[in-house]
Each structure stands twice: as structure tokens, then as C-alpha cells.
Design a protein around this ligand. Structure first.
Ligand code: ME8
Length: 523
């Protein structure tokens, strides 16, 4: 039985259109999914949309549509965006689907029966302008005035259903202690632990007056399940079927730092609570929560008021100029996968594209194919006389491979990309040192030229395999041009790729157009 790997993205709000942030997390998940498939695992990759937020009703009204029509329209935009970008998700969940709603009801019902969800009274400082409660410490910090409009906050109470989060602080702390890799990057862990240690309050999980938008509380139509509780359950509802249940527990939740608390504290606590209910003993905790940082745009925070979101039109423009794979390369290699934010700036994109993709990767692939064409009639030769520099090439390529794998395993995509490109850099050094184009002029060197080209082809095979989860289309083209075998499903092709001397002589190599044509900005 192949090992299973279940990876998720957040489900995105449908009150707005997709932008680079959504594309980013989904691309990271897609890269992880493709990498794990290459490792021979059975992968389930889930993305989707979160549709029951109150702001969907507001946006819909502003556009003279029903909430469902508005949700349908925007969910379709997310689906189209991810399809256009070639994402390989296995399912797309929408929280307005029956398959989701019926299961959420069952989970909440079970937790009501076990006592982890109860009807209580919520008292807090209400900001009427924002329609939200502020916790005591926040209210005090802002001198009991609205942080948004400065009007006095009102002490108010309402009846709500609560989730007994307070009962799970010890469980959460123990889990974090026993699973040091539960939250990555590690830099975020202390903050999480500190917040749990401060003490956890029960959280309200229902609201009233939602105008029928949302999932009603079981047995109490006057309350609607709070959108976050509904949304988090998507990870479970989608696989809670006979043929998918084996994918639980989820291997990896990907998201950004903005929603880390929900995923690394509230969600695991909810799962601990559900797992205690009869019939749900199989519901364990996810393996890992990976919380990346934020993209900013051209040096400034992206915001509605600045109107500077890198939206789908801008993304499409990059795709037209550079190709989807180059966009994926930039997102992976230069994105905020670690603990600090990153700038989506055109100048950074062009520099990475020209310096790494055009000059190193593309140039290397084209250069070797050209030499095979010129010196070996376009057919991969059998190895010839020994070339001592080959030992250094192999050592460098294997060192890069050995840095790539742990980087991918811990979602350090920037380091993985760097390592993969190092394979092509090592090949450049090898070609410069061995000078096959000079040797080719001397018939006595025909044997070493053959060896040099064979060694380069091995490096291209390994380098393109490492880059293939990041740039599946372009690396597929490399495999086609060089006649490399496509990785087979269910086999750890990544591990198998490391061994040297795998390409067979006698296959024809096609030169083709530049793999990544150099980009010249219009004058
Ligand atoms: O929070 N840089 O949905 P959302 C990088 N529905 N990633 C970004 C980003 C940026 N500037 N902006 C957004 C929600 N993201 C809830 C989630 S899950 C059960 C419910 C990405 O549409 C990032 O993944 O606001 C972030 O966590 C997510 O979009 C928030 O998407």
C-alpha cells in the first residue's frame, strides 16, 4: 500500500475575487502535492471556497444578487483561476454544498451531546459599527472606544452556543510538546504556546440574525453556526466518505500567518473534542500546520484602499509574458514561505527569470542539446574516454540533491529551488572546465566529448526531476526532448532519480526552442 498524503489550502472567502495570495498558497500546495506524488505516495490535494460569511450577504446585496448567486459567481472565478493555472487539486469543496453541510451538522450535534458545545451567555464590548465584540483586553487598550470609528463601545450580552476550548489547553500544549514539527516555520511556535499558556476562553460558535445564510445550529434554527467553525470542518467533511476516510488525519494544512490561531489551536481542539464522540474515534489530529508569511506588492502592503492587489489580470499578464511555470518558479523561489514577508515586484521577477531560468536552466538544457546535435548527430552517445572533472560534477549534483530533499520535506521551497538550480550551475562549471566545444575540433578527443555530454545529460535528468514539481510543464518538455522516462505513479521516482548513469545511449535528442527565452523589457 502506498503511503497517503493529504494536503489542504485554506478555503477562500467568496466575497472577493482571487488574488496573488490565494494563488500563492494553492501553488505551494500544488508543488507539495506533485512532489509527494513523485515520492510514490497516494496524494489527496484539497482546495475550495468558504461561502457562509456575513460579508457575502452584504456584497451580494450591493450587487443586487442573492447570496447564493454571488457565491456561485465568485466560486466559479476561483475554480477557473486554479484551472487556468494548471493546479492538480483532487477536489474543490464549497461550504454551501450539501455534502459539507450535512456532515457539519452531524459533528456539531455530536459535540452538543458530549457537552463540548453548549448554550451560554456571551458578554463583551460590542462595536456597533463593526458588528463585532472586542475582548476585554482589546477594549481596554482602545479606552473602550471603537478602534475603527472612535465611538464608545457598548457592554452587551447575547445567548450563544459555545465551544469548550478552555478544556483543551493542556491537550494542545502536550500535543505541541510531543510533536515538535506540528507547526512550521518553527519561528511561530513560541507565540502560539505563549497564547495558549495565557489561558483559553470558550469561544462562541453561533450567531443570530444571519438571515438564513449559513448552517443552522442542530435543533435551534434561531442560531447559525459561526462561519469559522463551519469552514474549518471542510478539511474533514470532504474526506468523510467510505472511499476517502483513510486520508484522515490530514498530513499538512497550508495557510498564512493571519489564520494560524484557527488552524493551530481552535481546529486541533475541535478535533480532540469530536474524536471523543461515539463513532468518531478515527478523527485524529493533523500532522502539520504550515503557516507562511505575506506577499506585499512593489514594496507596499496590498490593501483594498490602496487598490494594489496583484489580481488575476496582473497574474495573467505575467503568465502571458513568461509562462505559468516561470510564475510558479518565482512564487516558490522568492515567496514568503518562511517567517518574513516578501515583495512581489516586477524587477525581482525579471531578474530571477533572466538570471536563473534563461541563463542557467534553459541555457544549460539548450546548450547540451545543441552539442549533442553538432558532435553526435543528435543521438545520445555511449560514454567514451574518462574525464576526471566528472567526479566533481557528480559530487556537486549529489550535494545539491541532498539539500533539496530535506528542504522540500519541510516546505522550504526557496531552499529547494536554490538547490535544484545548483545542479545546472554545477553543469555549467563542468562544461567551462572541460571545454567540449574546443575538444570537438580534435578527432582524438571524440571519446572525451562523448563522456562529457553523457555526464551533462545525467545532470539535466536529475536537475529537471528536482524542478519538476515546481515547473511541471517545462520540465516535461525537457524529458520529451531528451527522451527521459516519465515518472511512474506509485514509485518513489525522486529517490530513484539520484543514481548516476541512468540515461540510455542511442536516444535522439531534440534541440527545440529556448526553454526560457530571455526577457527583454519593452523599450
Ligand atoms: O481567511 N500573501 O479566507 P481568505 C500570501 N476563509 N498569502 C495570502 C495573502 C498574502 N498577501 N493574502 C491572502 C480566509 N493569502 C478563510 C479561511 S480556512 C478553514 C478559512 C492567502 O480568502 C493565505 O493562504 O481571506 C491566507 O491564509 C488566505 O489566503 C486567506 O484567505
Amino acid at each position: 500500500m502506498p503511503e497517503r498524503f493529504y494536503v489542504t489550502t485554506p478555503i477562500y472567502y467568496v466575497n472577493d475575487r482571487p488574488h496573488i495570495g490565494h494563488v500563492y498558497t494553492t501553488t505551494v500546495a500544488d508543488i507539495v502535492a506533485r512532489y509527494e506524488r513523485l515520492r510514490g505516495k497516494e496524494v489527496f490535494f484539497l482546495t475550495g471556497t468558504d461561502e457562509h460569511a456575513a460579508k457575502v450577504v452584504d456584497s451580494a446585496e450591493a450587487h443586487d444578487m442573492t447570496a447564493q448567486e454571488w457565491a456561485d459567481r465568485n466560486a466559479a472565478q476561483f475554480q477557473k483561476a486554479f484551472e487556468d493555472l494548471g493546479m492538480s487539486h483532487d477536489d474543490f469543496i464549497r461550504t454551501t454544498e450539501d455534502r459539507h453541510k450535512t456532515r457539519v451538522l452531524r459533528y456539531v450535534q455530536a459535540m452538543m451531546e458530549s457537552g463540548d458545545v453548549y448554550l451560554g451567555e456571551y458578554e463583551g464590548w460590542y462595536d456597533a459599527g463593526q458588528e463585532e465584540y472586542l475582548p476585554e483586553n482589546k477594549a481596554r487598550e482602545f479606552e473602550f472606544k471603537s478602534p475603527i470609528n472612535g465611538k464608545p463601545l457598548v457592554k452587551k450580552s447575547e445567548k450563544n452556543y459555545f465551544f469548550r476550548l478552555s478544556g483543551y489547553s493542556d491537550g494542545l500544549l502536550a500535543h505541541l510538546d510531543e510533536h515538535p514539527d506540528f507547526l512550521i516555520p518553527p519561528a511561530r511556535k513560541n507565540e502560539l504556546i505563549g497564547r495558549i499558556e495565557e489561558g483559553l476562553n470558550d469561544v462562541p460558535i453561533s450567531r443570530t440574525g444571519a438571515d438564513g445564510w449559513g448552517i443552522p445550529m442542530p435543533g435551534d434554527e434561531t442560531h447559525t453556526i459561526y462561519v469559522w467553525i463551519d469552514a474549518l470542518f471542510n478539511y474533514l467533511t470532504t474526506v468523510d466518505t467510505d472511499d476517502r476516510r483513510a486520508f484522515w488525519p490530514c498530513t499538512m494544512h497550508l495557510l498564512a500567518k493571519d489564520i494560524l490561531w484557527f488552524h493551530a489551536a481552535i481546529w486541533p481542539a475541535m478535533l480532540m473534542a469530536l474524536g471523543k464522540c461515539p463513532g468518531y474515534e478515527w478523527v485524529g489530529l493533523p500532522g502539520q500546520v504550515c503557516a507562511h508569511s505575506f506577499w506585499i506588492a512593489e514594496g507596499r502592503k496590498m490593501s483594498k484602499s490602496l487598490g494594489n492587489f496583484v489580481d488575476m489580470e496582473r497574474i495573467q499578464d505575467y503568465v502571458e509574458r513568461f509562462g505559468v511555470d516561470a510564475l510558479r518558479y518565482f512564487l516558490a523561489g522568492y515567496g514568503p514561505v518562511g517567517a518574513s514577508d516578501r515583495d512581489f515586484a516586477e524587477a525581482r521577477f525579471i531578474e530571477a527569470y533572466n538570471k536563473e531560468l534563461a541563463n542557467v536552466v534553459g541555457n544549460g538544457v539548450n546548450r547540451v542539446a545543441t552539442m549533442v546535435g553538432k558532435y553526435c548527430d543528435g543521438t545520445l552517445p555511449e560514454p567514451g574516454d574518462p574525464v576526471p572533472e566528472a567526479e566533481d560534477l557528480r559530487t556537486s549534483v549529489h550535494a545539491a540533491y541532498d539539500r533539496y530533499v530535506p528542504a522540500m520535506d519541510s516546505v522550504r521551497l526557496d531552499q529547494a529551488v536554490e538547490a535544484a538550480v545548483d545542479v545546472f550551475r554545477a553543469m555549467d562549471v563542468f562544461i567551462d572546465r572541460t571545454q567540449p566545444f574546443k575538444r570537438a575540433k580534435d578527432p582524438a578527443e571524440a571519446g572525451t566529448v562523448r563522456t562529457i555530454l553523457r555526464e551533462c545529460t545525467e545532470a539535466i535528468r536529475i536537475g529537471s526531476t528536482l524542478l519538476s514539481p515546481i515547473m511541471p510543464e517545462r520540465m516535461g518538455e525537457v524529458w520529451r526532448r531528451y527522451g527521459f522516462a516519465e515518472p511512474a505513479p506509485g514509485v518513489d521516482s525522486m529517490a530513484a532519480a539520484r543514481a548516476w548513469s541512468q540515461v540510455a545511449g542511442g536516444t535522439s535528442v531534440e534541440k527545440g526552442d529556448p526553454l526560457f527565452a530571455r526577457y527583454q523589457p519593452p523599450a
